[in-house]
Each structure stands twice: as C-alpha cells, then as structure tokens.
Design a binder for this molecule. Structure first.
Ligand code: KDG
Length: 338
C-alpha cells in the first residue's frame, strides 16, 4: 500500500522536479550499483524508458545510485531475470506481466483477450487499487512490483496469408508468449500456438521455425520484424502491460529514502514511456508499410467472431485468478474515464 501512496503522490508532484532530498536523507543513500535488465533493444520504447529511469535515479540520489541498464535480454529472458531477482543475483528488470503468471497467478488477469478497449481504461485500472493488488501478489514470491509501463495493444504478423477471418489462422505456426492463456486463445482460434521466449523470436521468424507472432506496432518496428514478416493484420486482441520489478531481498535492504527515489523515478519513467509509446504507435502503421509489410484491418465482425471463440480462454483466466479478482477488474474498467 505504501508504494501505491508513493506512486500516487509522485504522480501528483511530478510536474516539476522531485522534492529536494534533505541533507539528512542524503545520508540515507549509500553508493549502489543497480542492474536493470530488459528484453527489447536500446532503440525501443522499452529501452528509452529504461535509460530515463537510470538518469532520474542518478539525478535524485546525487549520483550515488548508479543504475546500469542491460538491453536485448543480455541478462537473460524474462523468466530468467525474474528468477535472478528472486535469488538476489539481479536488482531490477522490466518485462511482460504475461511471463510472471508462473510466479504470481493473479497476473493472468491482464492476459484476458479484449480486456481493455483503450489506453484510458488500461491506465485507470493498472494504476488503481486493483492493479496494485495484483502487483502485491509478487511479494510473497520474492519480487516487488513498482509500476506498470505500456507494451501496448497486440497485433498479428505472419508470412502465410493476411488474417482477414478466423479461418485464416488454420495451419499458421504462431509464436506466442510462454503463457497458458495466450496458448489457449490462439489454439481456440485455429492457429498452431508455439510458446517461445521473446529473446528467441526474431531467429524463429527468420529461420521459419514459426510463421508469425503477435506484438504491438512499437515492437514490430523496434525489433525489425518487418524484415522477416510479410503480413500485418490489425486486431488489437489484447493490451499488454510491462511491469517494473525489483528483487524483494534487495529492495527490503534499501533505506526509505532510497526506495522513494527509485519509486518516484519509476513513476516519472512510466508517464514518459506511455507518452513515447503512444506517439510512436500513432506513426507506426505508416512506418511499417513503408518498410514493405502488407497491412489489413480485421473487420469488427471478424473481431467479434474472434472474441466469441476466445471465451473459453477467458474462463481459463477466471479459473486461474478467481471470480472475485476478475470481477474487481471489470468493476474498475466500468469506472474508467471515457
Ligand atoms: O522484455 C520483453 C518482453 O517482456 C515483452 O516484450 C514481452 O511482448 C512480449 C513478448 O512478445 O514476448
């Protein structure tokens, strides 16, 4: 709850600079090296936000907290980094909530197909009490959730055919995140769902081990999937959050001042990352088209058929997280600003 209050307070005060660190508080800051790992490359929305986070942490701590960022899964895939945080071998990371389901099953609620219809709903729910409640489930497993960043609405790419109707999934080897709801959803739709870590995805596409994948426009651009993919079919079938996490073993050893500095910097990076991601996404389709991909928008009627077909996967989410949490999320969505 304390971090929820800090995040709320930080968001309220971040118009200018952070509250000045008092002389006494400065004594509470020890020189530290913080290893921050992530999966996309440096020149991505994820990489730019990681760089900003490191700059803000250094600035607010008078240079004592040095965050070194490691791009392109150089510290490992999401699940490998998660295990390193739990073991205390790495301090922080950002990655997909979908890859955390094996650690905290509550994270599966964010995998619900078609859960959010726009970013306003996503921000309202993720930054609100139920988003924090889901994050807090990580603590018993040795991780601390700080903030959610935006991966974005996911769309399909493949080399077999444009996906214009559900039947077009048939026979397509579609890479999905290693997550039961994603596997279930796309199997229900007729694809051959192949779970792979993000770090193996480009090679799998290049070698034709898989025919396609699904990710937000930003990732399709920054990971250069247009070099190895022919068709982009717009479905916006699920909104993917990223989550910034810390090793609980390490976090609990920080002073309150150090924790507040990192939390406030994470909130500032969150707000900047969302703006950057959305601005880049608005230009993305034109950029992807210029790079040779053939783009089709799946019709609302066909998206409705996909939603219907995905219903058993929604039941998988409810069975995983419980009806109560699922209903709390739905109630928060209802309260979101239009
Ligand atoms: O760190 C990168 C991954 O966490 C993230 O991009 C997950 O969307 C994802 C994918 O497709 O693996």
């Amino acid at each position: 709850m304390k971090r929820f209050l800090i995040a709320t307070l930080a968001a309220a005060t971040l118009g200018g600079s952070f509250a000045a660190i008092s002389a006494q508080a400065a004594d509470d800051i020890r020189p530290r090296m913080i290893r921050f790992g992530y999966g996309l490359n440096e020149d991505s929305n994820q990489g730019r936000a990681a760089k900003l986070l490191a700059e803000e942490v250094a600035k607010a701590s008078g240079g004592k907290l040095k965050m070194r960022t490691f791009a392109s899964a150089s510290l490992g895939s999401d699940d490998q980094m998660q295990n390193a945080l739990i073991g205390g071998a790495q301090e922080m990371m950002v990655g997909s909530t979908a890859t955390l389901v094996g650690i905290a099953k509550e994270m599966a609620v964010w995998d619900t197909p078609f859960l959010f219809i726009n970013e306003k709903q996503a921000d309202h729910v993720l930054d609100g009490p139920v988003g924090r409640q889901v994050m807090d489930a990580l603590e018993a497993k040795g991780m601390v959730g700080l903030v959610y960043w935006e991966n974005g609405f996911r769309n399909l790419t493949n080399n077999v055919r444009p996906i214009e109707k559900m039947e077009d999934f048939n026979g397509v080897k579609l890479r999905v995140m290693p997550n039961p709801v994603f596997i279930d959803t796309f199997r229900q739709m007729g694809a051959n769902a192949v779970p792979l870590p993000f770090s193996e995805l480009f090679t799998a596409l290049e070698t034709k081990a898989v025919d396609g994948q699904e990710n937000p426009y930003n990732t399709i651009l920054s990971s250069k999937f247009y070099e190895v993919q022919k068709y982009l079919s717009v479905t916006n079938h699920v909104y993917s959050p990223w989550i910034v996490t810390a090793s609980k073993r390490w976090w609990d050893g920080l002073s309150k001042t150090e924790q507040d500095i990192i939390m406030q910097a994470a909130v500032k990076a969150r707000d900047s990352e969302r703006e950057d991601t959305r601005a880049e996404a608005r230009e993305a389709l034109a950029s992807i088209k210029e790079r040779g991909m053939q783009i089709n928008e799946v019709t609302p009627e066909e998206v409705a058929r996909m939603r219907e077909k995905a219903k058993p996967a929604i039941q998988t989410v409810i069975d995983t997280v419980g009806q109560s949490l699922f209903d709390q999320v739905q109630a928060e969505i209802e309260k979101a600003p239009q």
